[in-house]
Design a protein around this ligand. Sequence first.
Ligand SMILES: [Zn+2]
Length: 142
Amino acid sequence: MIVAKTFKWEAAHRIPWHNGKCKHLHGHSYKMIVEFEGEPDENGFVIDFNIIKEIITPYIKAIDHTTIISSKDTELKEVFDTKKWKYYLLPFDSTAENLCKHFADLIIAEQQTLLKENKITALSIKVFETETSYTYLSVQLS
Ligand SMILES: [Zn+2]
């Protein structure tokens, strides 16, 4: 059974090498759905919705109302460093695919105990860049 929760944030970004309009700095109302798969325990819970909210919210707070910058985009990073503007640094371009992988990796690395305690067998992440465009990654944990 899958238990899922939706999170939202606002952020700006650009894909510097993109041939179309994505090379320009622009914003998205991002939406992320985090899915936890496992068997319900004796209380009928796979994982408590409140716990999901508690562990994921810090990741959302860190990226909300920032400009997501790739460390390879030295031109943009320099401007933000000079101006002391808030940004969220990634070691790769901020495509929806990379954001999906980024959050899956973060959650798996930092929430190992919780995932084990709740016997979570798969973690899946959907990152919506727009209402109609999203990426989906499912990672088997056992
Ligand atoms: Zn975009």
